[in-house]
Design a protein around this ligand. Structure first.
Ligand SMILES: Cc1cc2nc3c(=O)[nH]c(=O)nc-3n(C[C@H](O)[C@H](O)[C@H](O)COP(=O)(O)OP(=O)(O)OC[C@H]3O[C@@H](n4cnc5c(N)ncnc54)[C@H](O)[C@@H]3O)c2cc1C
Length: 398
């Protein structure tokens, strides 16, 4: 039987739910308060630059990415696997890479002062053990504890795992569940972190093209919802089913009842700079420890389309509150030299307060309360795959 389904939220989970249910023959209508689809995955065009709202990458090894997206349409370009780690004593960067996927970096990786031979062997062991890791449940063990148990040296954890994964988890203590770490580690090892030609926001744009314009109603805030109706102030609309595809705070507010253990989020701040200088245009991510800056990416080294011809675009990321640009510039000068940073122009800063849900892994089949279906990354795990999977689960329900 064809059902009329109302979906609140046109982030990746809401869009995936609409695609999934439309393919099953149902009539769908998605409402979002914003003028653009994508929720937390957005790209702005500013002075000819493509600025993602917060540094973000796509891992093509996420199983559902291929289901909901035509990857060739995104024209993805990859970062190099591994990273350049800043050594504040020598004031130099040391390379750590994957010798199998980046053979040119094998020697640099072998003679890295942060990774002992044992650490390098353990990386290979972890790679083998986590191949095709299936994220079914939380381990209850923090990532940092698991890495120590696995045998990695404190030096390697401090200098590689913490700066790399704090940029992914958006927290510096690696207290995130180790099963989520293993899952992401396996995904980083089986694909490249990539950027679409038109920016990360293109992911949502391509997904929305699988729907008809009348399936989407933007600039529409939902003020109240029941299991079979949505209310928008003066008007309302009835449905056979209602799906709530919001972040956990907005969903909790609309329901008037707690949905997850915590409503907190992990924030991130991205400072964009451009420069005519190519000196530090690298396809590796720069990892910085013991400073406010956590990681730096030269986006144009990966995707030229992120900046007008002849300019490089840099994304500088901190996990702290928004800092004055002068403070960021000072740190950048210490790292890359004042002469180089004088050539950099600050373009825009994004402070994303609600970047990732601070929640233990939920991984529930489907979250249903008061007859309403709840989807979104907080019902699975904080990632693009988590958001898509929460929608994918609905196949079994509707
Ligand atoms: C800066 C940043 C970096 C990230 N990096 C990565 C990464 O590298 N890799 C990765 O896999 N994941 C990353 N993520 C996580 C990933 O982007 C999210 O997990 C995912 O996009 C969440 O999608 P969602 O549909 O669950 O929620 P959302 O994207 O939050 O969608 C919710 C939608 O609901 C709408 N809405 C809210 N209230 C109402 C209302 N009352 N009425 C109507 N509409 C409403 C909002 O406008 C929004 O469009 C990152 C996120 C951020 C912010």
């Amino acid at each position: 039987m064809v059902k009329k389904i109302g979906i609140v939220g046109a982030g990746l989970s809401g869009l995936a739910a609409a695609i999934e249910l439309k393919n099953k023959g149902h009539k769908v209508k998605v409402f979002d308060q914003n003028p653009r689809v994508g929720g937390r995955v957005q790209t702005d065009q500013v002075e000819g630059f493509r600025l993602d709202r917060g540094f973000q990458v796509l891992l093509t090894s996420y199983p559902l990415v291929k289901k909901y997206l035509s990857l060739p349409g995104l024209k993805l370009a990859p970062f190099k696997p591994g990273a350049l780690i800043y050594n504040s004593d020598s004031k130099k960067f040391e390379k750590i890479s994957d010798p199998f996927r980046d053979p040119g970096a094998t020697l640099a990786t072998l003679f890295n002062s942060y990774a002992s031979f044992k650490d390098q062997l353990l990386i290979l062991k972890l790679k083998n053990q986590t191949r095709n890791f299936n994220l079914k449940k939380a381990s209850g063990v923090p990532t940092h504890t698991e890495l120590k148990k696995f045998g990695f040296s404190e030096k390697f954890i401090k200098n590689f795992f913490i700066p790399f994964f704090s940029g992914v988890f958006l927290e510096k203590n690696l207290e995130t569940d180790s099963n989520f770490f293993k899952y992401l580690f396996s995904k980083f090892n089986t694909s490249y972190a990539s950027l679409p030609e038109k920016g990360m926001g293109e992911i949502a744009q391509l997904m929305s093209q699988k729907l008809s314009p009348e399936d989407l109603q933007m600039n529409t805030q939902v003020l109240k919802m029941t299991k079979d109706s949505l209310h928008f102030g003066q008007t309302s609309e009835n449905f056979d089913h209602v799906i709530c595809a919001l972040d956990q705070t907005s969903a909790t507010n609309l329901l008037g009842e707690e949905l997850s253990k915590t409503n907190d989020f992990r924030p991130v701040t991205t400072y964009y700079f451009h420069s005519p200088s190519h000196k530090i245009a690298s396809k590796y991510l720069y990892l910085i420890k013991d400073k406010s800056i956590n990681h730096i990416a030269c986006l144009t080294a990966v995707q030229k389309s992120y900046a007008p011809k002849g300019l490089q675009l840099f994304s500088v990321n901190t996990l702290s509150h928004k800092l004055p640009v002068s403070e960021i510039r000072n740190e950048l000068s210490e790292i890359f030299g004042a002469k180089e940073i004088l050539k950099w122009t600050h373009l825009k800063t994004y402070h994303v307060k609600k970047a990732l849900p601070k929640t233990s892994l939920y991984l529930k089949q489907t979250l249903k309360k008061s007859g309403i279906y709840f989807i979104g990354d907080y019902t699975q795990h904080p990632s693009i795959q988590g958001a898509l999977n929460s929608a994918h689960q609905l196949i079994h329900e509707l």
